[in-house]
Write a protein that binds this ligand. Structure first.
Ligand code: URA
Length: 292
């Protein structure tokens, strides 16, 4: 096999694995340029092909890279208040968020600020993506249908909503043209504009464990991309705190999500309960197991 074929086969293999972007070193680029010139000018095709050894080396020199992430604006850090109780410090953060310039200047977020709910001294922190219509109306995260589902999950864990700390990465509802009750996911830029609040919240609450609710929250919090299926089942870290990724509660409300997805979320929650040292009964262990 010629060096060119080696390179092409290698690239096809990467494409089949789902890799969408590769960095080619100069040698590999020159090889591809030469192939392009030959395709355009058949006379050139008679010229000797690049030496197989050199082109094979070029193929090996291809360096894989993660797909480049869209560039977000530089993160502006919020000043986390050092004094006062956790509740006072969270209230002070929320006040700063009201007119948070990095978010306001994007012009893509609505004006009502929705900060967090629950206990600022909780051991468990749950982070969603952004408030929706209901949350904006009530100025509280996770109060709509997804919030009801989240409450059910917490109840199954033996936890009251008031005993955990619930927040979103973005503190404003993402705006849309002609928007009524419809919501959209926040962009990376919108998440970056508010992420320093989440860091400050973690610094104040000091949870023992964080749950990222859904792929968008995981992307904003952990810089991950891809499916929730690939992100869950392991511990990640944010500001030194262990993070578990699970499906967004809204996903469990969709028609195409079934008992298996409920079980997957529940398995993630069992891991969280173990991390927190919460008691787990046999009954709890068996929730949502599908029997043949
Ligand atoms: N979805 C979220 O991610 N956050 C909310 O507060 C409500 C729905």
């Amino acid at each position: 096999m010629s060096g060119a074929e080696t390179l092409i086969e290698f690239l096809r293999g990467e494409e089949a694995r789902g890799v969408r972007t590769v960095h080619l070193d100069e040698q590999a680029k020159e090889l591809l340029r030469e192939l392009h010139r030959r395709a355009k000018n058949p006379a050139r095709a008679q010229a000797p092909t690049p030496a197989p050894a050199a082109t094979a080396a070029a193929a090996r020199a291809v360096v894989l890279e993660e797909a480049p992430k869209p560039q977000a604006a530089p993160v502006v850090e919020v000043a986390a208040p050092a004094a006062g109780s956790a509740a006072q410090r969270i209230a002070s953060l929320a006040k700063q968020a009201e007119n948070w310039e990095p978010a306001r200047r994007l012009g893509s977020l609505r004006s009502t600020m929705v900060f967090s709910t629950g206990s600022p001294e909780a051991e468990l922190m749950l982070v969603g993506e952004a408030p929706g219509y209901q949350e904006e109306q009530q100025r509280e995260p996770f109060v709509g249908a997804a919030g009801q589902k989240l409450n059910e999950i917490l109840k199954a864990m033996g936890l009251a909503r008031e005993a955990v700390y619930i927040s979103n990465i973005v503190k404003f509802r993402p705006a849309m043209d002609g928007q009524t009750t419809n919501n959209r996911k926040p962009t990376l830029e919108e998440m970056a504009s508010c992420i320093s609040f989440v860091r400050a919240e973690v610094e104040i609450v000091k949870p023992r464990c964080i749950v990222a609710l859904g792929g968008t929250a995981a992307e904003g919090l952990l810089g991950l991309s891809g499916s929730v299926a690939a992100m869950r089942g392991k511990w990640h870290e944010f500001s030194g705190i262990p993070v578990r990724v699970t499906y967004h509660p809204a996903y469990l409300l969709h028609n195409n999500s079934g008992a298996q997805d409920k079980r997957r979320v529940w398995e993630d929650m069992l891991e969280v309960m173990e991390k927190l040292g919460l008691p787990i009964s046999e009954k709890q262990r068996g929730y949502f197991v599908t029997r043949p």
